[in-house]
Design a protein around this ligand. Sequence first.
Ligand code: ZN
Length: 132
Amino acid sequence: MTDLPYVWRQKNAYLQFKGYKCKRCERVNYPKTLKCIECGSEELEEVQLARTGRVLTYIVNYYMPDEFDRPLGQGVIEMDGGGRLMTQFTEIESEKDIEIGMPIEIVIRRMSTKDGLNYYGPKIRPLKKEEK
Ligand SMILES: [Zn+2]
């Protein structure tokens, strides 16, 4: 089922890429949360997240439903300046294209297609060697 209200509520997080920095411990929370996931403080300020970061961990799925890209890499990344995100890779052909610690950038891409509708969100793309 389509959850458009959820997508609408999270549009700052997913499309404008806003994080929520804790005024007490400086942890950058992402996506939006009411309390800091580190210390529980409710004093959070909106910050612009970097669109570059590094891979913390990842998996590559070769068998996915038709609405997803195959193979589908999924990774947890730490953005430069803070904020963690788990999402899909784009522009990879196999797990050989990904390694832990590699620099990536975030791009907006189609996440899936269902009932003729495309769903867009942040994906991670390996930074090309000449871009490092
Ligand atoms: Zn905190």
